[in-house]
Design a protein around this ligand. Structure first.
Ligand SMILES: NC(=O)C1=CN([C@@H]2O[C@H](COP(=O)(O)OP(=O)(O)OC[C@H]3O[C@@H](n4cnc5c(N)ncnc54)[C@H](OP(=O)(O)O)[C@@H]3O)[C@@H](O)[C@H]2O)C=CC1
Ligand SMILES: O=C(O)C1=N[C@H](C(=O)O)C[C@H](O)C1
Length: 248
């Protein structure tokens, strides 16, 4: 049995992960931690894999605490930057057996939308990303949309595409946040869960790639896949993105 400790266990995703692990034949819940709880109850004897679904401002420290305890981690929390990844790589250098896996999105629909956006982006003059979420989300734009913007930008660079046409001359705040040259727009609406649209345009044509997660159960197959891969295969170091485990 894979012993799984959940950090952020009382949150929306944490509760869903606890339920999914409880229902899995090959896993058992070890410890459940939430805000204010000490990491001292988590150790490499009682925990094979820790799963972190907390908040962007604390997740790096949580991961560093777990690495220090020689525990591999699956992370779904958002808010990651290259600087934060580097801090994890540095910490992992002293723990060569330990792995940290971070996924901006565990839903297969979102992972494929990001992948398809990377395939399509080189063929279109214009590209923009719209993410739509429940209004209780603390960060904007979503981690997924930031990742997709970088995917599109990488594809455009590889294809030597020029800048995206945009004649806007007045205050550009209505044009969303520009991430790696790609405009990203965030909608918060009661009734929504997690949704993303990638709009790609040429003269006279448009391709829309859309992924919808209607409930948090959509993330669970990906979370369980990541736990199993991290527990049963050797994945030392830092791995980012569920596509790493999907043979795309
Ligand atoms: N990768 C993916 O597929 C997905 C990622 N997410 C991301 O996961 C994260 C969590 O989302 P969600 O569950 O909706 O958020 P919630 O706010 O519902 O849950 C976060 C939980 O973490 C707790 N928490 C806060 N600080 C700490 C700490 N230092 N140690 C342990 N627990 C702490 C919070 O407690 P308290 O409320 O008391 O502060 C809360 O219970 C977000 O970043 C979200 O974007 C969400 C869905 C899918
Ligand atoms: O907060 C959420 O709900 C979600 N957060 C992640 C993100 O910011 O991309 C993943 C998914 O969109 C749900």
């Amino acid at each position: 049995m894979i012993k799984v400790s959940v950090i952020g266990a009382h949150g929306r995703m944490g509760r869903t992960v606890v339920g999914a692990v409880d229902s899995a034949d090959d896993m058992v819940i070890a410890q459940q931690l939430d805000a204010g709880d000490s990491f001292d109850i988590v150790n490499s004897q009682n925990t094979d894999i820790a799963v972190d679904f907390t908040i962007p401002s604390v997740t790096l420290n949580n991961v560093l605490e777990l690495v220090k305890r020689d525990i591999s981690v699956v992370v779904g929390t958002t808010g990651w930057t290259e600087e934060k990844y580097e801090k994890i790589r540095t910490a992992l250098a002293d723990h060569p057996e330990v792995g940290v896996f971070i996924a901006p999105n565990f839903a297969i629909s979102a992972v494929l939308a990001d992948y398809f956006a990377g395939v399509a982006a080189r063929y279109f003059e214009s590209a923009e990303v719209i993410e739509l979420h429940h209004p209780d989300k603390v960060d904007a734009p979503s981690g997924t949309a930031i990742h997709t913007a970088h995917t599109i930008a990488d594809a455009r660079r590889a294809a030597n595409l020029r800048g995206i046409p945009d004649g806007t001359q007045n205050d550009t705040s209505a044009r969303g946040e520009v991430i790696d040259g790609i405009h990203v727009h965030a909608v918060r609406l009661r009734g929504l869960n997690a949704h993303e649209e990638v709009l790609l345009g040429n003269a006279g044509e448009q391709l829309t790639i859309r992924a919808d997660s209607f409930d948090r159960g959509s993330f669970m197959p990906g979370v369980l896949l990541a736990i199993r891969n991290m527990a049963t295969q050797s994945h030392p170091g830092l791995t980012v993105g569920l596509d790493s485990f999907l043979n795309l």
